[in-house]
Design a protein around this ligand. Structure first.
Ligand code: PCA
Length: 215
């Protein structure tokens, strides 16, 4: 028996009717990806509750790979997040009304963690599949970064588990509420997550291609 994959998506927030991260994750529930079954869980957009649920899901599923997915409205590409920072600085209240400002995720934790997924190989496979993708060096300072940081903090004690975070653009039905905002059809988002997972499973030593950018 091979290890399952744990895939998480978020509930809608900020007045949206859907969250494409959850819509995509939902469509991959139970799928067999190269011999690894996909287990899914929805995480709340809540600083106070979300890591408890993530921790619970990891304890139940005991995955070999954890991929958390979130919405990044305004971005035009699938963002493979490289860095989680130990900071919460919320522009808007979360779904439970909390709005931490300049607070640590883990008061005794390091300033940042890197993803333990082979992001370059994932980028290459996504690009080869015709899906717009990039390496991102900021997952923001809201609930997604909070979950990404919390995940990597947890995985310090789980050497057999690899994990990381992926941000996805709006889907077209959302973009109508945000004139000019880019979007990606849900079928591409679902395929992107599938391709990213397959690349992560197949790669132990990452490629050395550039994923950097100038400022
Ligand atoms: N995106 C938000 C939180 C939930 C989500 O899908 C973020 O980028 O922090």
């Amino acid at each position: 028996m091979t290890n399952p994959i744990l895939l998480t998506g978020f509930a809608p927030f900020d007045g949206e009717a859907v969250n494409p991260s959850w819509e995509a994750v939902l469509r991959l529930a139970g799928e067999d990806i190269d011999g690894h079954r996909v287990a899914i869980v929805q995480l709340p957009v809540s600083f106070g509750d979300t890591l408890r649920l993530l921790r619970q899901a990891i304890a139940e599923v005991r995955p070999g790979l954890v991929l958390c997915v979130g919405q990044a409205g305004g971005r035009s590409r699938i963002s493979l997040e490289r860095v989680a920072i130990n900071l919460q600085d919320a522009r808007i209240p979360d779904n439970a009304g909390a709005q931490p400002i300049d607070a640590a995720v883990e008061p005794d934790g390091p300033a940042a963690y890197f993803s333990s997924l082979p992001l370059k190989a994932m980028l290459r496979e996504l690009t080869d599949a015709g899906i717009p993708a990039e390496i991102s060096h900021s997952a923001g300072t809201y609930v997604c970064n909070h979950v990404f940081y919390g995940l990597m903090h947890l995985l310090r004690d789980e050497p057999a588990m690899r994990g990381g975070f992926l941000h996805v653009p709006y889907v077209p039905e959302q973009a109508v509420r945000h004139p000019g905002a880019p979007s990606l059809a849900l079928e591409y988002v679902v395929q992107a997550v599938r391709v990213a997972l397959r690349a992560a499973l197949a790669t132990r030593v990452d490629l050395r291609i550039s994923g950097g950018s100038e400022c």
